[in-house]
Design a protein around this ligand. Structure first.
Ligand code: AMP
Length: 192
C-alpha cells in the first residue's frame, strides 16, 4: 500500500498531477475540493455549509472536513486498498495529525508528501486562467487573494511538520506538466 499527499498552493497543479500519479501507481485519488464541489452541485446539507466557506476563500472547519474524509475512506475501502493520493488534504495541522492517526489505526502511513513549489504571482495567473476557462466560482480575483493568504497562514506550516519526519519532497512546480510529472515520479520511486 502506498499513500501519498500532494501539497502546494491553490493553482499549483495538484489536481492535474494527482490524476497522473493515480493512474501510474494505481492509487485512489481523493480531492477534497472535488468532493465538496460535488456536494454543492447536489445541494446537500454539507454542500450548503461548504459553499459558505469556499465562496469566501476560507477553509471548511477541521471537524467537518475530517468527518467527511473518514466517511469517504470507510465507504471506499475496496478502491483504496492499493493506496491513496490525498489532494487538498490535509490543509491544517490538526488535519495532518488526524490523517497520521487514522492511517496508523489501519497499519499504514503517508510515505511521502509531494510539495509543488510555485510563486504566488504564477498561482494567481493560473487560477485566473482556469476561472475564465472553466467558470470555477472561487477562481476570481478577490477569492484568490483570500485563498493565498489562508494557504500561507494555515497550510504552509505543514511543510515543516512533514519535513521533520523526512517525508516532504520539494518539487519545482514551474515548467511543463510532463516535466514536473517526471520529477514527481523520481521522488515517489525514491520514497517507496
Ligand atoms: P481545492 O479544490 O483543493 O482548491 O479546494 C477548494 C476549496 O475547498 C478550498 O479553498 C477550501 O475552501 C475547501 N477545501 C478543500 N479541501 C479542504 C480541506 N482539506 N480543509 C478545509 N477546506 C478545504
Amino acid at each position: 500500500m502506498l499513500n501519498l499527499v500532494i501539497f502546494g498552493g491553490p493553482g499549483s497543479g495538484k489536481g492535474t498531477q494527482s490524476a497522473k500519479i493515480a493512474q501510474k501507481y494505481s492509487l485512489f485519488h481523493i480531492s477534497t475540493g472535488d468532493v465538496l464541489r460535488d456536494h454543492i452541485a447536489r445541494r446537500t446539507d454539507i454542500g450548503k455549509v461548504a459553499d459558505s466557506y469556499i465562496s469566501k476563500g476560507m477553509l471548511i472547519p477541521d471537524k467537518l472536513m475530517i468527518k467527511i474524509l473518514e466517511d469517504l475512506l470507510v465507504s471506499r475501502k475496496d478502491e483504496t486498498k492499493h493506496g491513496v493520493i490525498f489532494d487538498g488534504f490535509p490543509r491544517t495541522l490538526p488535519q495532518a495529525e488526524e490523517l497520521d492517526r487514522l492511517l496508523g489505526t489501519l497499519d499504514t502511513n503517508i510515505a511521502a508528501v509531494i510539495g509543488l513549489e510555485v510563486p504566488d504571482d504564477e498561482l494567481t495567473a493560473r487560477m485566473l486562467k482556469r476561472g475564465a476557462e472553466t467558470g470555477r466560482a472561487d477562481d476570481n480575483e478577490q477569492t484568490i487573494k483570500s485563498r493565498l493568504a489562508v494557504y500561507h497562514k494555515q497550510t504552509q506550516p505543514l511543510k515543516a511538520y512533514y519535513a521533520e519526519t523526512g517525508r516532504y519532497k520539494a518539487i519545482d512546480g514551474m515548467g511543463s506538466i510532463d516535466g514536473i510529472f517526471d520529477k514527481i515520479c523520481a521522488a515517489i520511486d525514491a520514497a517507496k
